[in-house]
Design a protein around this ligand. Sequence first.
Ligand SMILES: [Zn+2]
Length: 104
Amino acid sequence: MDFHKNDKVVVLSGDNAGTVSRVLQVLTKKDRVIVEKVNFIKRHTKARGQGQQSGIIEKEAPIHFSKLAHFCDHCNRGVRIRVQGTSKSRTRHCVRCDSVITKG
Ligand SMILES: [Zn+2]
């Protein structure tokens, strides 16, 4: 898994397939990623104490990284990436056009 916060990604499968969005959070240990406005789940909450509202809260649920691909602006599609260089100067390249996938 080589997703980072703010990476531009496209959803490959599920209800949100085809959606281009951005990574909000990476859960490395779970191999999951939270993507903005993708995979909303509804949570029913009850008010506990003052100032808290009861009702339904919609929140992004993490999705497995295998359902995501990096989005290449140059190719205008989801692509696989190739990692180049050492850990200190690592760049990620689109396998199709070789352009660098920038960190958001
Ligand atoms: Zn490309």
